[in-house]
Design a protein around this ligand. Structure first.
Ligand code: IVH
Length: 683
């Protein structure tokens, strides 16, 4: 055997074994992303060396989800799967291959849809009535899950749903995807937790299990959603374009995937890919890519198939976000509040373009709930800018040598016994002078998002604590030039720069000082509200919870938090020490730049192209507008940048208008780099 044949043989054996674990044992040991990588390597190898294709190659079939528990339903046409592309050049090559098979003057337009990470469902409507619902099965026959599908609220039992929709055709067989919305999956897990039952890890597998419940009453208690995106068979209606079918399906009352678009060229589609990647975390369901479909269905049909995949459509897959790797150790972090956080140490693993060596485990309750053990193979997720985290163990990969992970009995930094306050999920080191807690709070206090003391990095803070120069935040303001010069690595220039930044920090606005104190729930927005409402630190210190609660954007719990923080004698002493060191404790009203935003409330999300968060907040406030932290019906605009959070999705749900930075700058009449050129052309 040559080297290619050996590799192909090995890949086939691996893929078939993983496919058996996934479909038959329901106990996969690798992530979908890893399977894709292996599968793709085999596809490449076989396309370059077609003589290596064997009848048992996993590329020669497209899987089966059939189970013995259901009656079988034959599909009126094969339920096919899609080829995958992983890069721009894959997409261009796909189009070039297609163009070669078509007459020279052909131009191709495309629909672009999210690739929903759920389960395929095939619904049959006869004269408007839902008569059958089937899973994909082996592509030719599916499991009859009609009773279960009837419990899904987004599936119309009769079409058209609105009396003024298009008339029901004699027969319509549609294809779509069943999935859990993230919030519904979270609600299901909350219920599991409340009932003391194990949590579900994977939304897609849980959706599959739910759809294949033998007792449809169980399905009915869980909220699944069905998005419909294609027509498999139609009698009494015929349309020539995918875009027209999508509109037809929507008019019939089906839920079609959001953000679908029609684009005149492949390069327009490619321009949309970054938008889709940044949109992904804002969606209320998981997608693992987007689907490109040639809009003209006659052309798509003419192109036929490559193996089992239609040539007229393809999936562009985002870089894999989930991978499995070995858990090799746990490090224990102590935060500024004393919170004990375990972090997983991992055998290095490449996820979505980055090598990951550690991942968050949140807290020990989570570790226990997920039953993660030392030595486990674990599934790691890395999505967008979020810190990678452990989704759960691969229990099927255990060999019995794994050991439980327990919280430490004493703090690794000060040896104080670790405790767990009643009703809290976190373990804490209760020692307020624990060197690690002190380090973390000073590190936070000087950081860019707090007092912004330039040149005071974590290493400098560490040295100053170790050498006994500072014991708390207030000590920073009493540092003297001469003793600092004695320290190793503290040259005159460095010391002078440091002292200049500390001097500047002494004069920071009151709001900034308040937000740097690290009071639970008090970020920049709330801190500025407090500074303006109570004018001075003294005013705030003596304010009642009721007075704070009256401020818009501050609830009862937050108000009580603030009052409790200021009631603590240690905190009061710290502030007195700062005052004595000349730190500004007075609010200076900001200068008004205009009043074009008076009466308007803004919420910020994501990273703006040119403005920092603080600059954007200042601009809004100096033009008379208000900034709050969460989106509600009262929000006038959401100012959105790259990698926005869930706030953007909330805004869309509530119909709150979303502004880009240039649109915002236009609004206040500031210089702007003009409009957004990337709106899709919707025909
Ligand atoms: S079209 C021949 N459109 O992805 C047409 N599929 O990897 C093939 N999927 O089995 C299907 N979102 O279950 C299509 N907007 C979408 C989709 C989609 C998710 C699934 C589908 C298919 C799998 C292929």
């Amino acid at each position: 055997m040559n080297e290619f044949a050996t590799r192909a043989h090995k890949l086939r054996a691996q893929l078939n074994a993983h496919s058996y674990r996934y479909y038959v044992l329901n106990a996969p040991t690798i992530s979908d992303g890893e399977y894709d990588l292996l599968y793709r390597e085999l596809v490449m190898l076989e396309s370059e060396h077609p003589e290596l294709v064997t009848p048992d190659s996993p590329t020669q079939r497209s899987g089966s989800d059939l189970s013995g528990d259901f009656a079988k339903i034959p599909h009126p046409a094969p339920i096919l799967s899609l080829s995958n592309c992983f890069s721009e050049s894959d997409l261009t090559a796909w189009e070039e291959r297609n163009l070669k098979l078509l007459s020279a003057d052909t131009t191709l337009t495309y629909t672009l849809e999210p690739k929903l990470d759920g389960l395929t469902i095939v619904l049959t409507y006869e004269n408007g009535l839902l008569t059958q619902a089937a899973t994909r099965g082996n592509g030719d026959v599916g499991d009859d899950v009609t009773a279960n599908v009837r419990t899904i609220r987004s599936v119309p039992l009769r079409i058209p749903v609105h009396p003024d929709g298009p008339p029901a055709p004699e027969k319509l067989v549609v294809r779509g995807e069943v999935l859990f919305h993230k919030r519904d999956f979270a609600a299901l897990n909350q219920k599991q937790a409340a009932d003391g039952l194990p949590l579900y890890v994977n939304a897609r597998n849980t959706a599959s299990g739910t759809l294949k419940q033998k007792d449809s009453r169980i399905t009915a208690t869980r909220t699944l959603t069905a998005y419909i995106y294609a027509v498999v068979q139609a009698v009494g209606i015929s349309l020539d374009r995918q875009w027209d079918w999508l509109n037809y399906l929507r008019d019939m009352g089906f839920l079609i995937p959001p953000h679908v678009g029609l684009y005149p060229t492949l390069s327009d589609v490619i321009q949309q890919l970054p938008t889709w990647e940044s949109r992904k975390p804002t969606l209320d369901f998981e997608i693992d890519g987007v689907v490109l479909k040639i809009n003209d269905l006659k052309i798509a049909a003419e192109l036929g198939f490559a193996g089992k995949d239609p040539r007229g459509a393809t999936a562009y897959k985002f870089p894999a976000e989930e991978m499995t790797t070995q858990l090799t150790g746990i490090t224990v972090n102590i935060g500024r509040t004393g919170k004990v956080t375990p972090t997983a140490q991992l055998e290095p693993v490449f996820i979505g373009g980055v090598t990951v060596v550690s991942a968050s485990l949140h807290n020990y309750d989570q570790v226990a709930r997920l039953d993660i053990r030392m030595g486990d193979r674990v599934i790691i997720k890395r999505s967008g800018e979020v810190i990678p985290y452990v989704i759960g163990p691969v229990t099927a990969a255990r060999d019995g040598s794994e050991t439980p992970i327990l919280p430490p009995e004493t703090c690794p930094y000060c040896q104080t016994p670790i405790s767990k306050p009643a009703g809290m999920v976190d373990y804490i080191c209760p020692n307020r002078v624990c060197p690690e807690r002190v380090f973390r709070s000073i590190e936070f206090f000087v950081s860019k998002s707090a007092m912004d003391i330039e040149g005071m990095g974590p290493q400098t803070v560490k040295t100053l604590i170790e050498k006994g120069f500072i014991r708390d935040e207030a000590d920073l303001f009493s540092l003297q030039r001469e003793p600092l010069l004695e320290l190793e690595g503290f040259a005159a220039k460095k010391v002078d720069n440091l002292l200049a930044s500390i001097e500047a920090a002494r004069q920071r606005p009151l709001g900034q000082l308040i937000s740097s104190l690290g009071i639970d729930g008090v970020g920049g927005v709330v801190a500025n509200l407090l500074a303006e409402a109570f004018v001075s630190m003294d005013g705030l210190m003596s304010a009642s919870a009721e007075a704070m609660d009256d401020l818009e954007g501050i609830g009862t719990v937050l108000a009580q938090n603030v009052v409790d923080w200021f009631a603590d004698p240690d905190h009061r002493a710290l502030l007195e020490k700062m005052r004595a060191a000349g730190v500004n404790m007075q609010n200076t009203p900001r200068e008004a730049a205009g009043d074009s935003l008076t009466g308007l409330t803004f919420v910020l999300t994501g990273t703006l192209p040119t403005l920092t968060r603080e600059a954007a907040e200042n601009l809004i406030q100096s033009h008379g507008g208000k900034v709050t932290g969460s989106v509600s019906k009262k929000t006038s605009y959401v100012l959105m940048g790259d990698s926005p959070g869930s706030k953007a999705e909330k805004a869309r749900q509530l119909g709150v208008p979303i502004l880009s930075e240039p649109e915002f700058l236009n609004m206040i009449g500031s210089a702007s780099s003009a409009a957004d050129p990337t709106q899709p052309t919707l025909f």
